[in-house]
Design a protein around this ligand. Structure first.
Ligand code: KDG
Ligand code: MG
Length: 402
C-alpha cells in the first residue's frame, strides 16, 4: 500500500480545527488531528508545505520509520507546531492500518485492558453557589469525577469561567481578551470552595482542580497541603513546568496528587518529572505529543515510575483526537482518567464518530481504525476564524504564567 495523496482541512464549526486526511492507492484514507489552539494555521502550513510532499509514495504501515523520518529528518526537533504536525500524520497512519486490517486501533496498541474509559468533566460557576449547582448538573449526567473551577471573589473575570449562559469555549474569536489574576485572592478562596463542595456532595465524588500554571512551587505546596482534607483526585498544572525541579518543591510539601503536561510535546518535557516521581498523572496527549508512536513509549516509561495517564480532552482537541485517545486509554495498562469536555452539535456533525458516553464512562466503539470521519462538504461551510485563548494579568498589570 502507498500514500498517494494528503491534504489539510481547516474548519471552524464553533471553534477552529485542523485535520489531515491521508489517502492510499487502495482507496483507504486516515484522519489525524493537528489542532493547536490559537496557532492553527502554522500547523496547517507546516503540514502542507513541508510534510505532505515528503510522505507521498511511502508505505502507510511504516509508522515507526515515518515518525523517525519526520522527527529526526527535519533537524529542528520538538516544539508544539512540529509535534502536532507529526501527530497528525502518525494518527492518520494508524487509522489507515486499522481500516486495512479491519480492526479498531486499540487492538493494534495492545488490545483491550478495560471495557470503558473513566472520564472527568468540568463544573464551573462564577461563585461557590453557582459551582455547586453545576456540580449537581454534571452528576445528573452521570459523571463520577468532576473538575471544579470557580470565579474568585475580588476578581472581575477569571479564565475558565463562562461569561454568560450557553456552552463554554475557552478560545474567544478575534484578538486575545485580557483577564485578571491575583494569587493572594485565589489561595484564600480555593480551600473554602472545596470545603463547601465536600460538605454538599460527600466523600464519594472524585474532585479535580486546575491551577492553570499560575502558582510558584511553594504557593502550590501551600495549596496542595490546604486541600489535603478534601482528598482531590488531582491538582493540575500547579506551576509552569519548564523548570521540572520546581515539582520537587511541591512534592516535599503535599500529598495531593499532581497532574501536569497538557502543553508538553515530547518525553523531554517530562523525563525528570516522571523519573523522579514528582508527578502522578501525565496530561500530554496524542495531538500535541507526536501521536501514538511517541505517546506509547512515553506511557510505557511513565508506567515504570507509577505515573498514570490523564489525557487532555478539552474542546480544542478535535473528535479525531478524542477517538484516538479512547483507543489509547483502552489499550494501555497505566491509564488513569480521561478529560471529557463534550463538543458542540455543529462539531459532532462535521466529525461523525463512533465513540460514546454513558454513566461517566467513554467507549471507543468497535469500528475499524479510529471510528471517526470528516464531512468535508459540511466543514466547508465553517471557514477558519481567528481565535485565541485570553491573556491573564496580575492586578498590577504584570503578565501571568499560563
Ligand atoms: O488549549 C488550552 C485549553 O484546552 C486549556 O486551557 C483547557 O486547561 C485546560 C484543561 O485542562 O482542559
Ligand atoms: Mg488544564
Amino acid at each position: 500500500m502507498k500514500i498517494v495523496n494528503a491534504h489539510v482541512n481547516v474548519t471552524s464549526p464553533g471553534r477552529n480545527f485542523v485535520t489531515l486526511k491521508i489517502e492510499t492507492d487502495e482507496g483507504i484514507f486516515g484522519l489525524g488531528d493537528g489542532t493547536l489552539n490559537g496557532r492553527e494555521l502554522s500547523v496547517a502550513t507546516y503540514l502542507t508545505q513541508h510534510v505532505i510532499p515528503c510522505i507521498i509514495g511511502r508505505d502507510p504501515f511504516q509508522t515507526e520509520d515515518i515518525w523517525q523520518y519526520l522527527y529526526r529528518g527535519a533537524y529542528w526537533r520538538r516544539g508544539p507546531v512540529t509535534m502536532s504536525a507529526i501527530a497528525a500524520v502518525d494518527v492518520a497512519l494508524w487509522d489507515i492500518k486499522g481500516k486495512a486490517l479491519n480492526t479498531p486501533v486499540y487492538n493494534l496498541l495492545g488490545g483491550k485492558c478495560r471495557e470503558s474509559v473513566f472520564a472527568y468533566c468540568h463544573a464551573t460557576g462564577k461563585d461557590t453557589d453557582h459551582a455547586l449547582e453545576d456540580i449537581a448538573r454534571q452528576k445528573e449526567l452521570g459523571y463520577k469525577a468532576i473538575r471544579v473551577q470557580s470565579g474568585i471573589p475580588g476578581l472581575s473575570n477569571t479564565y475558565g469561567i463562562p461569561k454568560g449562559p450557553g456552552r463554554y469555549e475557552p478560545a474567544e474569536r478575534g484578538l486575545p481578551s485580557e483577564y485578571e489574576w491575583s494569587t493572594e485572592h485565589y489561595l484564600r478562596y480555593i480551600p473554602k470552595l472545596f470545603a463547601r463542595v465536600r460538605e454538599a456532595f460527600g466523600e464519594e465524588l472524585h474532585l479535580l482542580h486546575d491551577c492553570h500554571h499560575r502558582l510558584t512551587p511553594i504557593e502550590a505546596g501551600r495549596l496542595g497541603k490546604e486541600l489535603e482534607p478534601f482528598h482531590l483526585f488531582w491538582m493540575e498544572d500547579p506551576t509552569p513546568a519548564e523548570l521540572q525541579e520546581g515539582f520537587k518543591v511541591i512534592r516535599e510539601h503535599t500529598t495531593t496528587p499532581i497532574a501536569v503536561g497538557e502543553v508538553f510535546n515530547s518525553i523531554w518535557d517530562a523525563h525528570d518529572l516522571i523519573s523522579n516521581q514528582w508527578i502522578d498523572y501525565l496530561r500530554m496527549t496524542l495531538v500535541h505529543g507526536g501521536g501514538f508512536t511517541h505517546l506509547k513509549k512515553v506511557a510505557d516509561f511513565a508506567a515504570l515510575y507509577h505515573v498514570r495517564t490523564g489525557f487532555h480532552g478539552a474542546t480544542d482537541l478535535s473528535p479525531v483526537t478524542m477517538a484516538a485517545s479512547l483507543h489509547f486509554d483502552t489499550a494501555i495498562h497505566n491509564f488513569g482518567i480521561q478529560e471529557h469536555m463534550p463538543h458542540t452539535d455543529e462539531t459532532n456533525a462535521v466529525f461523525p464518530h463512533n465513540y460514546d458516553f454513558k454513566d461517566g464512562l467513554l467507549f471507543p466503539g468497535d469500528a475499524p481504525g479510529l471510528g471517526v470521519d470528516l464531512n468535508e462538504a459540511l466543514a466547508e461551510k465553517y471557514p477558519y476564524q481567528r481565535a485565541y485563548l485570553p491573556i491573564n494579568r496580575k492586578l498590577d498589570g504584570t503578565l501571568c504564567d499560563w
